[in-house]
Design a protein around this ligand. Structure first.
Ligand code: SAM
Ligand code: DTB
Ligand code: SF4
Length: 370
């Protein structure tokens, strides 16, 4: 049961969201137990592989170039450093790595080739690989799929009605298209939203309605509480009540019984008791590690203590679907062949030069000049 047939209209969803809290949590917990092991919670790590300097105007985002925040723009990380970070995350118990790039959209350039290589390498470590790179077309999605991508994250963020109050540089429809492209390539979809941006409860359930209308709703639905960052248009938003996060998690769980509901950004403002209610109400995952993409998150030890207190166990990778196979990527293989060829040519030219009596050129170092 991908969508719960009991709740079909916006009014029914509103009524559900506003139910007496413990009734709502009880209903969510009952459904959660039918489809999931309630002790298992996936630990997923986030890694910002390309930080800051984004041309978009998402009102919540510290990485938008136009807002004056503490986030500096960086180049894309190297494949080697991503692999190192992935190994650390795995050693700390994470079974999934979500790589985020502050891009409006994916472009077919060397950076994307490197992301494809990152996906191959991290998948070969035995972790579920998720990417969130902005908009992407069908061919790009297919390339990521072939590399072994398990999930693509692209959030609708809020209802279609409230969306325009938060973002103007890309349409709701664009987001739906990107989700569709990932879906067509056979990648699982991770898509959710943010609460606490000044929206009404109608917008929170409006977001869920958007997913209900899909032929295939997302396998993974992250629920974020706004992290209000200084310098962004939403910097003055008051933190939402923890009860709202519990209600949103519970409502999402009831409406999409099979999806993994992710208790995402905003946990530094939540106590363990409120998080416990979220797990009871069906949250099946957290982001682990002391940083989300650019903002703070509880550290590993804090979460380990919480797991111990609540009797939770980290979920192993690929419990719900098979591990994708990483196939060789034509473009990367071509480049590697060309590089090897050029290196060989250089070697031959050097050997020829030595054979003809030319000394290989000595490079002066600062020391030898002294
Ligand atoms: N640039 C890509 C995009 O927008 O699709 C990927 C990265 S973007 C940071 C991924 C998601 O993080 C956003 O869609 C939003 O839901 C979430 N996010 C960003 N800033 C946030 C904040 N301050 N508080 C809560 N969630 C946030
Ligand atoms: C999602 O829904 N939340 C994560 C992940 N998907 C990419 C991102 C949260 C980012 C919070 C703000 C920051 O750290 O920059
Ligand atoms: Fe750019 Fe993504 Fe941030 Fe929007 S959410 S400004 S697209 S990095």
């Amino acid at each position: 049961m991908k969508v719960n047939p009991t709740y079909q209209t916006k009014d029914q969803l509103l009524e559900l969201y506003n139910k007496p809290l413990l009734e709502l949590v009880f209903e969510a917990a009952s459904i959660h137990r039918q489809y999931h092991n309630p002790r298992e919670v996936q630990m997923s790590s986030l890694l910002s592989i390309k930080t800051g300097g984004c041309p978009e105007d998402c009102g919540y985002c510290p990485q938008a170039a136009r807002y004056h925040t503490d986030v500096d723009a960086h180049k894309l990380m190297t494949v080697e450093s991503v692999v190192e970070q992935a190994k650390n995350a795995k050693a700390n118990g994470s079974s999934r790595l979500c790589m985020g790039a502050a891009w409006r959209e994916v472009r077919d350039n060397r950076d994307f080739d490197n992301v494809v290589e990152m996906v191959q390498e991290v998948n070969n470590l035995g972790m579920e690989v998720c990417c969130t790179l902005g908009m992407l077309n069908e061919q790009q999605a297919q390339r990521l799929k072939n590399a072994g991508l398990f999930a693509y994250n692209h959030n609708l963020d809020t209802s279609p009605e409230y969306y325009g109050d938060v973002i103007s540089t890309r349409e709701y429809e664009d987001r739906l298209n990107t989700i569709e492209n990932a879906r067509k390539a056979g990648i699982t979809v991770c898509s959710g939203g943010i609460i606490g941006m000044g929206e009404a409860v109608e917008d929170r359930v409006g977001l869920l309605m958007s997913y209900m209308k899909m032929e295939n709703p997302p396998e993974s639905i992250p629920i974020n509480a706004l992290v209000a960052v200084e310098g962004t248009p939403l910097e003055d938003q008051k933190p939402i009540e923890q009860w709202e996060m519990i209600r949103m998690v519970a409502t999402t769980r009831i409406v999409f019984p099979q999806a993994i509901v992710r208790l995402s950004a905003g946990r530094t403002k939540m106590n363990k008791e409120a998080q416990a209610l979220c797990f009871l109400a069906g949250a099946g995952s957290i982001f682990a590690g002391d940083k989300l993409l650019t903002t703070p998150n509880p550290d590993f030890n804090e979460d380990k203590e919480m797991f111990d207190i609540l009797g939770l166990i980290p979920k192993v990778p690929f419990k719900d679907a098979e591990q994708p196979v990483s196939l060789p990527d034509e473009k990367i293989e071509d480049r590697k062949r060309n590089e090897a060829l050029r290196a060989k040519e250089l070697e031959v030219a050097r050997a020829q030069a030595v054979h003809n009596g030319f000394e290989p050129r000595k490079i002066k170092t600062v020391d030898s000049q002294a």
